[in-house]
Design a protein around this ligand. Structure first.
Ligand SMILES: Nc1ncnc2c1ncn2[C@@H]1O[C@H](COP(=O)(O)OP(=O)(O)OP(=O)(O)O)[C@@H](O)[C@H]1O
Length: 782
């Protein structure tokens, strides 16, 4: 048992992968390409010079000695090796494969196809050389010694006929597997070539008659010498094909079947535009933009990878076994996975021990192990084992550099990839913000929230071009996000006529949030017009030039709203920020607006029900109480974290413990400086103008300006006793915007109550009769 445990604990999970840098690939590619050419030239010239050079083969020591091969001694020897001693004429295939490999590496094409080329190329090479082996020793130059000897060997066992049959079989394998040839295709090809010959023959005949008539006409013209008017060539569509079906039954009526001619296809405008100008490239305006290099990030681990302290592991194991024994829980098996900050001990209890028993003892076990940061997961979802996380004595910092450089992040095919850090099993943790679609981040002060936000922003800066993503930054503390000011004209969005893009003042936050709602509505209209469901499809359509910019269509960058201290805002502005945030969170995912909200105070009056319901992705750094942990995660656990970037992530169900990547302020300063010093857009991305209204929401809409469907809409809602815009959309077949406007008008009239986030609005009029009376009174008083 002890032996077994050792083998599981001493192997850190490291994957060794072999990959070349771009430069190395180019160098290797050129080398192979030129080597292939050298082989090719020496092979060609070998066929002319081999007899003359034959006596000099193998004589490399004598420098003065000259051979006739174009590549001199090298060429003569190499070609002799491959052709004479090897595969004869088919050695050319080898030279070709080497050249091709060079091309593949030089242009960094996917190598899967190349492996196929090599496999089938080598097979073909062998086949050809064995084939030439049939012609005997005189043609060794064509078959090579390998071909000749292999043929000889086969014939010794199977005779000439057997050898031929084997060759035919290999040929069939090649044709069927490599060239995907089927008997039908072979027959088809034979038939069509017969037809082609016949039709060519007929066409020849017709041509002769046509040319004859033209020459006759010319003669007539010459005689009359009358200038002929320009005769426009008129293309008449071919007459519909008629097939007459005759029946064998006497007296039956014949039926004529008419086949309509195929309509002529005209090239699509968008296809033509794409052909003429290529696809629309949103990056074109800043085509010279350079992404920040990995060198701007520092390696905080200072070379110390994960070290495994054998003593510590043994000690913890003994304590766990002892503690569980105290509660009469036997252990069948125990396995340790060492992560950057904590080690996970995965326990398989003895047969018959109920997991619920361990779950009930969770607190007692944690207490007995008496260390900060112990978390018990009973059972580990999907595995049926029990996990006990124990903090390492020497936790390791996970630097942002290592996660950004990881293949997982670099190869991530996500819209908005975020490299958060490393999981307990030391794997880089990458998630797509576009899928979350909004994120709530909480944690007591000093536990790593700001570093976490910087990690999110840095990830996006390393992956997305300025044309593709825009940030709206809200920083009431006025310190955390200031560094991002430098990239205002590259990456930030702001309200028109404002100086600073980073928002620090509460009124401006309210205006910005409302402006984002307007942007959202506008984007929905664009999507509707383009008949697509989400921003990704919209942008693809726009890139393919299927949407006309003159009709208001534009490339839509993702907009990411980051609020660093949400508690401050909600305390000062309450509903005024909560309402637009809830609205954005509910609706903005499809149109590419994503929200990231961070707070120090994870209490229920800050993270309200409405907010929580709309933020499925939650991150908790260490918090002070179980209640706070439940407020953020709907689960305890965040109170047992150890701080310094130790965090729990959930996107609905499971909790994942992650060590957040560390990025220091000077690193962020370097990155923003690097980006900021490059050519930028003329201004920050301008959000739609929003004119703030005094006294909160716009409640005094004039009766005359009401929508034509106002009354019907009111009836629908009163009957359903449910004040929802989507109900109106469905019942009255209205667009999203119009339904929203009508709801506002109904609110102004006092028929429905105010916005309540994810819940439908209250309907304040109980029956249709009451509604009629209400509306009549209204018209009478006006
Ligand atoms: N991922 C991490 N790895 C290592 N150390 C970290 C990590 N995150 C934070 N720390 C340490 O914790 C300190 C505080 O982190 P940070 O400033 O992010 O806390 P915070 O929660 O934002 O605090 P506040 O709410 O007061 O701004 C950092 O200066 C750093 O030393």
């Amino acid at each position: 048992m002890a032996k077994k445990k050792k083998s599981t604990t001493t192997t850190p999970r490291k994957k060794i992968s072999f990959s070349l840098s771009k430069q190395q690939k180019i160098l290797l590619g050129s080398f192979l390409f030129l080597l292939g050419l050298a082989l090719l030239f020496s092979f060609i010239s070998y066929f002319f010079t081999w007899q003359a050079d034959q006596s000099e083969i193998g004589n490399l020591a004598e420098r003065e000695l000259q051979t006739k091969n174009w590549l001199n001694k090298f060429g003569a020897n190499v070609a002799h090796f491959f052709i004479f001693n090897g595969f004869g004429i088919s050695a050319f295939i080898f030279a070709f494969l080497v050249t091709l490999t060079g091309v593949y590496y030089f242009f960094d094409y996917a190598k899967k196809q190349l492996t196929k080329f090599w496999f089938w190329g080598l097979l073909l090479m062998l086949w050809i050389s064995v084939f030439f082996g049939f012609f005997g020793e005189k043609t060794t130059i064509f078959s090579g010694i390998i071909g000749y000897e292999t043929n000889d060997l086969i014939q010794d066992y199977l005779g000439l006929v057997g050898a031929m049959l084997i060759m035919i079989f290999v040929l069939i394998v090649y044709l069927v597997v490599r060239l995907k040839l089927t008997p039908e295709m072979a027959i088809g090809a034979f038939k069509s070539s017969k037809k082609q010959i016949a039709s060519e023959f007929v066409a020849d005949k017709q041509e002769i008659t046509v040319s004859k008539t033209i020459s006759e006409e010319e003669n007539v013209e010459d005689e009359k010498d009358v200038p002929q008017p320009y005769i426009e060539e008129k293309v008449t569509p071919p007459p519909p094909e008629k097939i007459i079906l005759k029946s064998d039954i006497e007296g039956d009526v014949e039926m004529e079947v008419e086949q309509a001619a195929e309509e002529e296809e005209i090239e699509n405008i968008s296809d033509r535009l794409v052909k003429d100008f290529g696809e629309f490239d949103p990056r074109l305006e800043l085509s010279k933009y350079k992404f920040p290099s990995i060198e701007l990030l520092r390696d905080h681990t200072a070379g110390s990878g994960i070290t495994i302290n054998q003593e510590e592991l043994e000690e913890n194991k003994n304590r766990i076994v002892e503690t569980l024994n105290n509660y009469k829980i036997g252990i069948a098996n125990i396995k340790a996975t060492v992560g950057p900050t904590v080690t996970l001990y995965e326990i398989v209890p003895d047969a018959g021990v109920r997991i619920s028993k361990i779950k009930n003892l969770e607190d007692d076990i944690a207490l007995s192990l008496s260390a900060l940061g112990i978390r018990i997961i009973a059972p580990i979802p999907g595995r049926g084992t029990i996990g006990i996380e124990v903090p390492n004595k020497n936790p390791k910092v996970v630097s942002m550099r290592s996660v950004i450089a990881s293949a997982k992040f670099q190869n991530a095919e996500m819209e908005l990839p975020i490299a958060f850090g490393k999981t307990i099993s030391n794997e880089t943790f990458v998630v797509d913000l576009a899928k979350m679609p909004h994120m709530l981040m909480a944690g007591a002060t000093g536990q790593g929230k700001s570093v976490g936000l910087n990690a999110v922003l840095t990830s996006l800066l390393y992956k997305k071009h300025p044309a593709e993503v825009k940030f709206v930054l809200v920083d009431p503390k006025k310190v955390e996000l200031t560094l991002f000011n430098k990239i205002e004209r590259h990456y930030l969005a702001k309200l028109p006529d404002t100086e600073e893009a980073i928002i620090t003042d509460v009124t401006k936050v309210i205006n910005t949030l409302n402006s984002l709602c307007i942007e959202m509505d506008a984007r929905y209209d664009l999507l509707k017009d383009a008949m697509v469901r989400n921003i990704k499809e919209y942008n693809t359509k726009f890139k393919n030039r299927k949407l006309n910019p003159n009709e208001g269509h534009r490339y839509l960058p993702y907009i990411i709203l980051v609020i660093d201290e949400f508690a401050d805002l909600i305390m000062t502005a309450g509903k005024e920020v909560e309402t637009p945030i809830a609205r954005l969170a509910q609706l903005a995912r499809a149109i590419g607006i994503h929200l990231i909200i961070a707070t120090q105070r994870p209490s229920v009056n800050v993270i309200t029900g409405i907010i929580k319901a709309n933020f499925p992705a939650r991150i908790a750094f260490r918090v002070t109480s179980k209640i706070d942990s439940r407020t953020i995660l709907d689960n305890s656990g965040a109170d047992q974290l150890i701080g310094r970037g130790d965090m729990l992530y959930t996107q609905g169900n499971e909790l994942t413990r992650i060590q957040c990547a560390f990025v220091d302020t000077p690193e962020v300063a370097d990155i923003t400086e690097f980006i900021g010093s490059q050519k930028a857009f003329p201004d920050a991305y301008l959000l739609p103008e929003y004119v703030g209204e005094e006294g909160g929401t716009n409640l005094d809409i004039n009766i005359d300006e009401r929508d034509a469907m106002f009354r019907e809409a009111a009836e629908v809602l009163v009957i359903a006793q449910q004040g929802s815009a989507s109900l109106l959309q469905r019942k009255l077949k209205l667009g999203y915007n119009r339904a929203g406007r009508i709801i506002d008008q109904l609110e102004a009239a006092g028929i429905v109550g105010p916005f309540e986030g994810s819940k439908a609005r209250q309907v304040l009029v109980p029956t249709i009769d009451a509604l009629n009376q209400f509306l009549n009174n209204e018209t009478n008083t006006n």
